[in-house]
Design a protein around this ligand. Sequence first.
Ligand code: MN
Length: 257
Amino acid sequence: MNRPSASKNGKRPKIGITMAPDERDQGFAVVPVQNIPAHFVRAVWEAGGLPIPAPTTAVPPAASAEYVDMLDGLILTGGGDVDPANYGQPRHELSTRIVTERDTREIELTRRALARGMPILAVCRGMQILNVTLGGSLHQDLITAGRDDHQLNRPPRGGSHKVTITPGSLLAHAIGTEYLQVNSLHHQAVHRLGKDLQPVAVAPDGTVEAIEITGKSWALGVQWHPEWMYQEDPKQLGLFRAVVHQACSGARRNRII
Ligand code: MN
């Protein structure tokens, strides 16, 4: 059961999962920590990858290069809002939970991964980081922008709105269907698309719910959280299988180069 769907010389490809800075009160002190939701770890393992934590604070910028050298694939995880300074806008009062050090590290990881042809699966905030890295911008608050409320799921296991997927896209291949019910735990979304990105799923109100890179690279961003949904809806594991599969072929390509 749960045998890898793809392998790199018989080994699981190393899939980096970016960690979210947080704090934990341990009684004697409030300690800075970095978290990865266990759902991501389990999903990567079940898809055949080896989950590797990738720090986003407490290491110098040069660490990004070493992580990208070691990894075969990258997952950008969810979290607080991206500092709008990264896309040249003043901070709206509803942009919250900003950690500029995490932004900087994830943008650097993304830039280096793309340069290496490393596959990227970008989830929620991660999709926003992918867009911003490539020069795109975000709606800082969807309701303020005249869109529907997208902070709907409590808890997030079930779907709360439909998305329509572009036929023939990487996303369509990964999921295997044209319509999907997804959870929705975001108040920001892609506004101006970054360079070489195209929208591949939209919500009924027109909000971009998935983006992917054109050309030879493999990078796919989804605005929902498949890691919360795949146990009830196995189609969602297809996203993790897709990045693991690409990580196997990408690793071979990098070695030849
Ligand atoms: Mn949504």
